[in-house]
Ligand binder design. Structure first.
Ligand SMILES: *Cc1c(COP(=O)(O)O)cnc(C)c1O
Length: 832
């Protein structure tokens, strides 16, 4: 009889001798993935199996019982097992956590939605930076003790495995993953049967099953439609991650957002805060609004509740990168869901398109970009949604990305940190002061650890090249790379804006750089191009061709199928981490953070996180230290700057000034590890966004949604009056010592609005670089049957000076609104 996945966990437990029974729970909790000892435990059971799959469930299934009996007699193994289980216990049952100490009164979960999660090589449901960021967020939420639940999709074929053929073409292989062999467990209902979620798609109900993935103390729920209750067409919705077909894509997003919310409901989980990571899951908010309306709230009331409790993170700095569908296509696929509530569709409308980012922005109060520069770019991109609001007051903030330090730190570095900093860095990763202790590491030891990391990476590279040669029947010698040589790494998704080919754009110059046999330099490239990204594939092919040219043979390599497994070795096992995006298209980037914390020096365009990370001592900037957008014409300039940098700085320092190099490595670790950790990042989300959204939740829903009703009533009053609200008269004293402003509030109360004097030195036109903003207070009712008030102010010293600009503005105000301009309403009048 074929075993269903329901009983796999039980059968693993049944198979294990009772002293080793704990392995079953350990196998189903990805906590092991950032615990070195636990990883070692798996490795000891069957090193080859482990190296191949990195999947503990498959390992336990495939290991014969005789092997477990053997292990019982292996003292080393049993000691390690005891130690790991004890650590696991302690981690899972802490006395207190950062969260419980700082937010003791919290009673509802934060629910996080994302299309992809990069937890480990063995769960192939990620394609690149976005997913790995989500995975690192989840792991950190677990470390910090947040009441956190994540929702995503399970893809039958995951993201593809990459092979490269003898011509340099990318071959995409889609293995079929078996859920029952993965560290995931089916979600069951009360009767112990598989839970099925009903998801309205088009005019029918599509059924989705769910799996749970345990990541430390946090659970990720993954939905998937491959169940016999569905027709053949619907069973394939989750076949591939980032299916290019619009139809599948919209359906996946309905499944993630609407299906995800329905799954939570079926499990009795009521979110206090919803975090939409990227626009893909934004349909979740349509479902939330619909439910609140079913409870009897008006649309505006429901929207107030949802908006006040949603956090949205945008990751894309180009308009074309945002998911947009023809609105009719969305209407068609949501037809059952929208019955009787068509107006919900308007929340995502952008002309005749439906824009997922717009839907997310219009239903969130807390919106952020993923680096300071990206937030600035995003404010500009969406400024039109808040007409009349100055750029720096557009409510899109910056929370810069980070990486989960324990996942990305190399074992050799980890040992050094433990020895010279003490283990505090593990729990208090984001405290910068702790990291000064890096200075204590003797240069020689740091270099030795780095060389060991390089050896391990070279080993991996050689093995992968060998496998590839065998597969293609190529009889090439396996490269011998000296770990003392300078190795430059470039690995990430092969999206064209990342310009992987910048380094090979001038082969003559590159040849000169690589031909000095006294100063050998190797370059390793890795990364997958999206199956439909022909430009990216072309880049890959070009690099492949160059790597085969006689003058570059054995010097330039491609590491096939770059994934989290190879990334962990590569980000620590090269000397220089190269990043060449066309500005400002790298919203943040995270691979450079992983490298930097391992003492690998970044050489990067001044873009994304590097604008904040670079301090003059911890790496290099390619091209100008400017944040101005670049065009194709800047490619040549940037490439030349990169070659200059290699010739004048990087190679001479590496070979001629080891002391300086190691100094820079220490600077890199010290400056990057704390600030670009997800410990810093998740704490920021907590302190700046989640905590506020949670207070909003309490206030908005208390006493049968009293707060939501108050906000909605206020909003309606504002909307009814706003067109008539205006400045009536402005009086300025002769000597510019005072100002009297008369405004018509058209029925609004003085505390429904704020009137401000806004002034400062002119930059361009009416733009003011650093404005002074002074609220005019003490409105006086003028009576005469109308709603006329006067406000008084002063501080007009520079009025009339052509360098200065003065203006008055009025906007609706409610103390519970998290941002001044959330409604996007403001009226201005100039004073000069
Ligand atoms: C970190 C990581 C990325 C993201 O790299 P960026 O340079 O930030 O784009 C992509 N793929 C893998 C496997 C990673 O580990």
């Amino acid at each position: 009889m074929v075993k269903t996945d329901e009983c796999i966990y039980k059968s693993i437990r049944g198979k294990l001798p009772s002293p080793l029974i704990g392995l079953a729970d350990l196998a189903y909790n990805y906590w092991w993935s950032w615990n070195r000892r636990a990883t070692k435990l798996w490795e000891k059971i069957d090193p080859e199996h482990w190296a191949e799959y990195k999947n503990p469930v498959k390992l336990l299934l495939d290991t014969p019982t005789s092997r477990f009996k053997e292990l019982l007699r292996d003292d080393d193994f049993m000691n390690l097992y005891e130690l790991v289980m004890e650590q696991f216990e302690d981690y899972m049952n802490p006395e207190s956590t950062w969260f419980s100490t700082n937010y003791p009164k919290w009673d509802r979960p934060i629910v996080y939605f994302c299309m992809e999660y990069g937890i480990s090589k063995s769960l192939p449901i990620y394609s690149g930076g976005l997913g790995i960021l989500a995975g690192d967020h989840v792991k950190t939420a677990s470390d910090l003790g947040l009441p956190f639940i994540a929702v995503g999709l399970l893809y039958k074929h995951g993201y593809f495995k990459q092979e490269i053929d003898e011509k340099g073409n990318q071959i995409e292989i889609f293995p079929e993953y078996k859920p029952e062999e993965m560290p995931i467990r089916p979600v069951l209902n009360k009767d112990g049967k598989r839970l099925l979620v009903e998801v309205p798609i088009e005019d029918r109900t599509v059924y989705a099953r769910a799996f749970e993935v345990q990541v430390g103390r946090v659970r990720i729920y993954l939905l998937d439609t491959d169940v016999p209750e569905n027709g053949p067409e619907d069973r394939t919705i989750c076949d591939y991650l980032y299916n290019a077909e619009m139809d599948k894509r919209i359906k996946q997003e309905i499944l993630l957002g609407i299906g995800g919310m329905r799954l939570l409901k079926a499990l009795g989980i009521e979110p206090g805060v919803v975090h939409l990571n990227e626009g893909h899951p934004a349909f979740a908010n349509l479902q939330r609004i619909a439910w609140l309306m079913e409870e009897g709230l008006t649309f505006t009331e429901a929207l107030s509740v949802v908006r006040g409790t949603t956090v949205f993170t945008t990751h894309t700095p180009v308009p074309a990168g945002h998911d947009r569908f023809p609105i009719e296509e969305v209407r068609k696929r949501l037809s059952l869901f929208l019955e009787g509530r068509e107006e919900l569709l308007e929340l995502g409308r952008e002309g005749d398109q439906f824009n997922m980012t717009l839907l997310a922005i219009r239903t969130s109060s807390y919106v952020n970009g993923v680096s300071k520069l990206h937030a600035q770019v995003s404010r500009r991109m969406w400024q039109h949604l808040w007409p009349g609001v100055p750029l720096d007051e557009i409510p899109i903030e910056a929370i810069t990305n980070g990486v989960h330090t324990m996942t990305w730190v190399h074992n050799e570095m980890r040992k050094l940190f433990d020895r010279y900093i003490g283990k505090v860095w593990r729990e208090h990763t984001n405290i910068e002061g702790i990291w000064y202790a890096i200075e204590r590491i003797p240069d020689k030891e740091l270099w030795e650890a780095h060389l060991e990391a390089k050896r391990q990476f070279i080993e991996l590279l050689r093995r992968k090249v060998m496998e590839k040669n065998e597969r293609l029947g190529i009889d090439d010698p396996i490269p011998a790379i000296d770990e003392n040589a300078l190795i430059i790494g470039f690995a990430r998704r092969f999206a064209t804006y990342k310009r992987a080919i910048l380094l090979i754009s001038d082969l003559e110059r590159l040849k000169k750089i690589l031909s000095d046999s006294t100063r050998p330099v190797y370059i390793v490239f890795g990364g997958k191009a999206h199956p439909n990204d022909w430009g990216g594939k072309e880049f890959l092919k070009r690099i492949y061709e160059v790597s085969k040219m006689p003058e570059f043979r054995g010097k330039i390599f491609i590491l096939e199928n770059y994934d989290m497994g190879s990334a962990r070795l590569m980000v620590a096992g090269v000397d220089v981490w190269l990043n060449t995006p066309r500005r400002p298209l790298e919203a943040s980037g995270t691979s450079g953070m992983k490298a930097g914390l391992n003492g690998v020096l970044n050489a990067s365009i001044f873009d994304g996180w590097w604008v904040e990370g670079y301090n003059g001592k911890n790496g290099w900037v390619i091209g100008e230290e400017s944040t101005e957008p670049e065009s194709e014409e800047d490619d040549v300039k940037d490439a030349q700057s990169l070659y200059d940098l290699l010739e004048r700085e990087i190679i001479p320092t590496y070979y001629g000034n080891r002391e300086k190099w190691i100094y820079m490595m220490k600077e890199s670790i010290k400056s990057i590890a704390p600030r670009f950790s997800t410990h810093r990042m998740v704490k920021e989300y907590m302190d700046r966004f989640y905590s506020k959204a949670m207070s909003n939740h309490i206030w908005l829903t208390r006493d049968n949604y009293k707060g939501a009703k108050e906000i909605a009533e206020w909003k309606e009053r504002v909307m009814n009056s706003w067109q008539y609200v205006d400045f009536v008269n402005i009086n300025i004293n002769e000597n510019k010592s005072g100002l009297e402003v008369t405004v018509n509030l058209d029925g609004l109360r003085p505390d429904d609005v704020k009137v401000e004097l806004y002034y400062g030195v002119r930059a361009e036109g009416y733009h003011i670089e650093k404005p002074h903003i002074i609220e005019l207070r003490h409105p006086k009712f003028l009576g005469n049957g109308e709603w006329i008030y006067t406000y008084k102010g002063s501080a007009l010293k520079h009025l009339g000076d052509p360098c200065w600009h003065y203006a008055l503005r009025i906007y609706p105000h409610h103390e519970k609104l998290p941002y001044k301009f959330l409604l996007g309403l403001v009226k201005w009048i100039g004073l000069d």
